[in-house]
Design a protein around this ligand. Structure first.
Ligand SMILES: Cc1cc2nc3c(=O)[nH]c(=O)nc-3n(C[C@H](O)[C@H](O)[C@H](O)COP(=O)(O)O)c2cc1C
Length: 222
């Protein structure tokens, strides 16, 4: 068992690193370990609606920088991850069937799961969200947001795992989605950019952590 104090240390070590040491590169096997923590993350119905585009090419990082509010993390990081939402796959019968088939359930159970998932995607995600929740959303947008929520879970796991082994990171939501997709020549009918993550090693000490007090964010009902 990992000691609680060691886990807390990692949470305190992680901060939004604003600039990385350009000369320090993360060893590939350590980076793959971070990716493994993303891969093992939970997802709704086990659909794994994510993909991780890992960029170490300096030229490409520099090309992406203006698409990302010119933030210094983009071209100073060792590894940049563009997290993609697999919006088409989750609506594709072949993909969905394969994801359920690997569970090795009886044929009827697999069929039931598949129809339950499809009903969920149509009624809960596409219809419910667009009709009652975010009325301005199109159905495509609702699917994209559903995928994104899950990519954030995998992303959080990656950054915490990084902190546990002494690697700094920063979430990047400050980017122009369409510009990033254009630079990367993505086929947005299949996958769209959800989030960007940057990893490397700090050159500056982080500022003090500010968080609301425990009892301001937690309500216990017993
Ligand atoms: C979804 C998300 C998007 C973020 N986008 C950016 C960003 O574009 N640039 C940046 O410098 N920090 C970004 N941050 C970092 C937050 O500002 C930071 O996590 C927050 O202020 C708390 O500080 P700490 O992470 O150092 O504890 C982002 C964080 C999250 C969770």
């Amino acid at each position: 068992m990992i000691k609680q104090e060691d886990i807390l240390k990692a949470y305190n070590f992680r901060h939004a690193c604003k600039i990385f040491d350009k000369d320090k590169k993360i060893p590939e096997e350590e980076f793959d370990f971070l990716l493994e923590s993303a891969r093992l993350s939970p997802s709704s119905f086990g659909m794994e609606p994510w993909k991780f585009l890992v960029i170490t090419n300096q030229e490409l990082k520099e090309k992406l920088k203006p698409n990302c509010w010119n933030q210094n993390q983009i071209d100073s990081c060792s590894h940049l991850v563009v997290v993609l939402a697999k919006t088409a796959a989750v609506q594709d019968d072949n993909y969905v069937n394969a994801m359920f088939a690997r569970r090795g359930l009886a044929e009827d159970d697999t069929k039931n799961y598949i129809s339950k998932f499809k009903e969920y995607l149509k009624d809960k995600v596409m219809n419910f969200v667009t009709r009652y929740f975010y009325k301005k959303f199109t159905q495509d947008r609702a699917i994209y947001e559903w995928c994104c929520r899950q990519t954030y879970i995998a992303s959080a796991n990656m950054t915490t795992t990084a902190a546990m082994i002494g690697i700094d990171s920063c979430f990047i939501e400050g980017f122009i989605k369409e510009d990033v997709e254009k630079t990367l020549e993505l086929d947005t009918s299949k996958e769209e950019v959800s989030l960007i993550l940057t990893f490397g090693y700090r050159i500056n000490e982080p500022r003090e952590k500010y968080r609301l007090e425990f009892n301001k964010v937690v309500t216990k009902i017993s």
